[in-house]
Design a protein around this ligand. Structure first.
Ligand SMILES: [Mg+2]
Length: 112
Protein backbone atom coordinates (compact mmCIF):
# COMPACT_ATOMS: atom_id res chain seq x y z
CA UNK A 1 0.00 0.00 0.00
CA UNK A 2 1.79 3.12 -1.19
CA UNK A 3 1.09 6.37 0.60
CA UNK A 4 2.93 9.62 0.90
CA UNK A 5 3.41 9.54 4.66
CA UNK A 6 3.99 6.83 7.18
CA UNK A 7 1.54 5.98 9.95
CA UNK A 8 4.40 5.02 12.22
CA UNK A 9 7.78 6.59 11.62
CA UNK A 10 10.09 4.11 13.31
CA UNK A 11 13.44 5.26 11.90
CA UNK A 12 14.58 7.20 14.97
CA UNK A 13 13.45 4.47 17.36
CA UNK A 14 15.18 1.78 15.30
CA UNK A 15 18.39 3.82 15.25
CA UNK A 16 18.25 4.30 19.02
CA UNK A 17 17.68 0.58 19.59
CA UNK A 18 20.54 -0.39 17.28
CA UNK A 19 22.92 1.98 19.07
CA UNK A 20 21.79 0.89 22.55
CA UNK A 21 22.33 -2.77 21.71
CA UNK A 22 25.62 -2.15 19.90
CA UNK A 23 27.12 -0.24 22.82
CA UNK A 24 26.40 -3.20 25.12
CA UNK A 25 27.25 -6.04 22.71
CA UNK A 26 23.71 -7.36 23.15
CA UNK A 27 23.07 -8.26 19.50
CA UNK A 28 23.98 -11.95 20.01
CA UNK A 29 21.27 -12.18 22.69
CA UNK A 30 18.60 -10.49 20.57
CA UNK A 31 17.31 -13.64 18.92
CA UNK A 32 13.63 -13.80 17.97
CA UNK A 33 12.97 -16.29 20.76
CA UNK A 34 14.71 -14.20 23.43
CA UNK A 35 13.03 -11.00 22.32
CA UNK A 36 9.61 -12.65 22.25
CA UNK A 37 10.09 -13.98 25.77
CA UNK A 38 11.28 -10.56 26.97
CA UNK A 39 8.27 -8.93 25.29
CA UNK A 40 5.94 -11.40 26.96
CA UNK A 41 7.55 -10.64 30.31
CA UNK A 42 7.03 -6.92 29.84
CA UNK A 43 3.38 -7.43 28.88
CA UNK A 44 3.10 -9.41 32.12
CA UNK A 45 4.61 -6.52 34.07
CA UNK A 46 2.06 -4.16 32.53
CA UNK A 47 -0.78 -6.59 33.23
CA UNK A 48 0.37 -6.98 36.83
CA UNK A 49 -0.33 -3.30 37.47
CA UNK A 50 -3.96 -3.85 36.49
CA UNK A 51 -4.32 -7.21 38.17
CA UNK A 52 -7.17 -7.30 40.70
CA UNK A 53 -8.22 -3.72 39.95
CA UNK A 54 -11.88 -2.95 39.41
CA UNK A 55 -13.01 -1.50 36.07
CA UNK A 56 -13.23 1.94 37.72
CA UNK A 57 -9.74 1.64 39.21
CA UNK A 58 -8.35 0.53 35.85
CA UNK A 59 -9.99 3.44 34.04
CA UNK A 60 -8.46 5.88 36.53
CA UNK A 61 -4.98 4.31 36.57
CA UNK A 62 -3.28 7.27 34.89
CA UNK A 63 -4.56 9.64 37.57
CA UNK A 64 -2.96 7.73 40.42
CA UNK A 65 0.41 6.81 41.83
CA UNK A 66 0.92 4.03 39.29
CA UNK A 67 0.79 6.28 36.21
CA UNK A 68 4.56 6.46 35.78
CA UNK A 69 4.88 2.72 36.22
CA UNK A 70 2.29 2.19 33.45
CA UNK A 71 4.22 4.57 31.16
CA UNK A 72 7.45 2.69 31.77
CA UNK A 73 5.94 -0.73 31.12
CA UNK A 74 4.24 0.48 27.93
CA UNK A 75 7.64 1.75 26.78
CA UNK A 76 9.24 -1.61 27.64
CA UNK A 77 6.59 -3.44 25.59
CA UNK A 78 7.06 -1.14 22.61
CA UNK A 79 10.85 -1.36 22.76
CA UNK A 80 10.90 -5.15 22.75
CA UNK A 81 8.18 -5.32 20.08
CA UNK A 82 10.15 -2.96 17.85
CA UNK A 83 13.39 -4.87 18.42
CA UNK A 84 11.63 -8.14 17.59
CA UNK A 85 10.23 -6.63 14.38
CA UNK A 86 13.69 -5.35 13.45
CA UNK A 87 15.35 -8.73 13.99
CA UNK A 88 12.63 -10.44 11.97
CA UNK A 89 12.84 -7.86 9.18
CA UNK A 90 9.26 -6.69 9.61
CA UNK A 91 8.48 -3.17 8.38
CA UNK A 92 6.16 -2.15 11.18
CA UNK A 93 4.60 0.72 9.26
CA UNK A 94 3.74 -1.52 6.30
CA UNK A 95 2.50 -4.30 8.57
CA UNK A 96 0.25 -1.92 10.47
CA UNK A 97 -1.15 -0.39 7.29
CA UNK A 98 -1.84 -3.82 5.81
CA UNK A 99 -3.49 -5.07 9.01
CA UNK A 100 -5.73 -2.01 9.31
CA UNK A 101 -6.83 -2.61 5.70
CA UNK A 102 -7.54 -6.29 6.45
CA UNK A 103 -9.45 -5.34 9.60
CA UNK A 104 -11.53 -2.84 7.62
CA UNK A 105 -12.58 -5.64 5.27
CA UNK A 106 -13.28 -8.00 8.14
CA UNK A 107 -15.19 -5.41 10.15
CA UNK A 108 -16.95 -3.03 7.76
CA UNK A 109 -17.99 0.34 9.19
CA UNK A 110 -21.56 0.73 10.35
CA UNK A 111 -23.91 2.21 7.77
CA UNK A 112 -25.22 5.52 9.09
MG1 LIG B 1 9.39 -3.56 32.58
Amino acid sequence: MATASRLIDTAALEAALVEFSRQRDWDPYHTPRNLLLALTGEVGELAEIFQWKTEAESAAIMHGSEAEHVRQEIADVLLYLMRLAMVLGVDVDAAVRDKIALNALKYPPKQR
